[in-house]
Design a binder for this molecule. Sequence first.
Ligand SMILES: [Zn+2]
Ligand SMILES: [Zn+2]
Length: 219
Amino acid sequence: MTKNKAFDEVLEFIWSQREVGSSSITELLKIDEVAEEADMNTLRQMMSDGLVNIAGDSITLTKEGERHAEGAIRRHRLAERLLTEVLALPEDDIEKNACSFEHTLSPEVADSICTLLGHPPTCPHGLPIPRGACCKKTRDDLKPIVQQLNVLDVGDRGRITFIASNSHMRLDKLGTLGIVPGSTVKVHQKKPAFVILIGETTLALDPEIIKEIYVKKID
Ligand SMILES: [Zn+2]
Ligand SMILES: [Zn+2]
């Protein structure tokens, strides 16, 4: 973590601005949360600390800044997933708590949360969660609470926790089939096609879709 919490916040916003294709300082300083914590002087100080590069109206992350931003974004978005899906907090509380979480979680705790949640690729807003060391290797000492549906065996039942899809069309389609967070599905067969049982209905689902459905296994 950088010595300055405000720096971390600003680095995160530089990161998320980049996700929407902007590196403009003018645009960055217009964001309320940034304006509260930082001004041009803060950005210059961050430059002399080696966290950002400034050229005209453009601000970009240095390698060091990138490392800090990636960690903070990862902790923030994992916290959002945890608070939304597992703890089911009301939306207002989520942002507040996700923000304080990201400054206190160690990388190790973040990796444990990531593992428990089945290494979710996105936050509840559909934004990518940067991968951690845990996403590359499997751990035997931690049993995930949430898993991709394709991991379950035939006969297993799971309650849908979230669906990690950015396609509204797909989410709508799944919704009309009753495949929404909260509903219970049973794996009916896995080969040759993946077939689930939802209520009294059997449904064959595309392998791509199966991987986007995250469930809590019911014992
Ligand atoms: Zn989010
Ligand atoms: Zn992970």
